[in-house]
Design a protein around this ligand. Sequence first.
Ligand code: NAI
Ligand code: MG
Length: 359
Amino acid sequence: MTRKILVLPGDGIGPEITAQASRVLAACQARGLDVEVEEALVGGTAYDAHGEPLPAETLAKAEGARAILLGAVGGPQWDTIEDLSKRPEKGLLGLRKNLGLFGNLRPAILYPQLAEASSLKPDVVSGLDIMIVRELTGGIYFGQPRGIEERDGERVGYNTYVYSESEIERIGRVAFEMAQKRGKKLCSVDKANVLEVTILWREVMERLAPEYPDVELSHMYVDNAAMQLVRAPKQFDVIVTGNMFGDILSDAAAMLTGSIGMLPSASLNQSGQGMYEPCHGSAPDIAGQNIANPLATILSVAMMLRYSLDEPALAERIEAAVGKVLDDGLRTADIAYPGTRQVSTSEMGDAVLAAFEAL
Ligand code: NAI
Ligand code: MG
């Protein structure tokens, strides 16, 4: 059966970068990838057209798709929407929740051609290749009860940090399997010295470990993990952690590479259905100028081919094409430095396509 891919360009630079990624997807179709591609609205653009950041039609298409490619959502013109449930970000959260996308894969890779972009010394980061596996549909961002209320004459805000054993186990399995395919090292990050929920987290990870005897499991408190990521990031292979710690650590790890425009991500559910998107946002400051870096979105297509479509050869071909373009010295403005050739969003797309075809 032909699998469906849903492209959701979204807001800001979203349409510009997904346009380039869609061209790469089309090149894969020309090489035999059997998929049907359609587009729909999400985020602020969907709100403007339908009054909803995640219209029912978009959600229905998403549910029927094997994989979703998302640009980015949000922008200042929607920050004043009073009803928080209508804000663009709710479109993303709604997709994650409705599709049960609990497994967030956030690679932090330092491309050798971009070593100068990192704020860390070359010997500390060169060759960096970390995969952070973040639980995405549970933890303190979703726990009940939550709210702000009056208690003893002052307002109190509260959230609930909760994980069930089954939630921990399923993200644990994603991480152990990922470690098996990579460097066979898994570091589980928690705060088991203070938080009961992460004592349980640690216990479940320990219980799973014997099923993956080839993987070396270690544990680290989140505060130490933050220090270690900056001090000696190459000690890590795969990191697994909960929603909030993962949010923060994955952004920190991403920044070690210095190139937000280069980093893809995947969010998967139990059946391998996934949403793929760049780690960056909608970059309203540069939207509509044809200068955004499309490589994170193009590399998200590679992740899609690997994790949802079982096409590792095409994924590698895209990654190799990106490497070739960087080798050739082509750079969008965000990763340009003296001696490189600055190109636009669409010229970068042209170059990746040419390299993809030439390989
Ligand atoms: P951002 O990632 O959009 O931008 C941060 C900085 O990085 C800006 O200077 C931007 O120009 C630059 N940048 C980002 N992507 C780039 C690319 N591909 N090429 C070149 N430069 C790039 O984060 P910011 O400014 O905090 O948020 C802007 C909007 O995006 C907000 O409305 C925010 O809510 C939304 N956002 C959406 C996300 C998503 O859809 N997953 C994630 C993060 C933010
Ligand atoms: Mg974040």
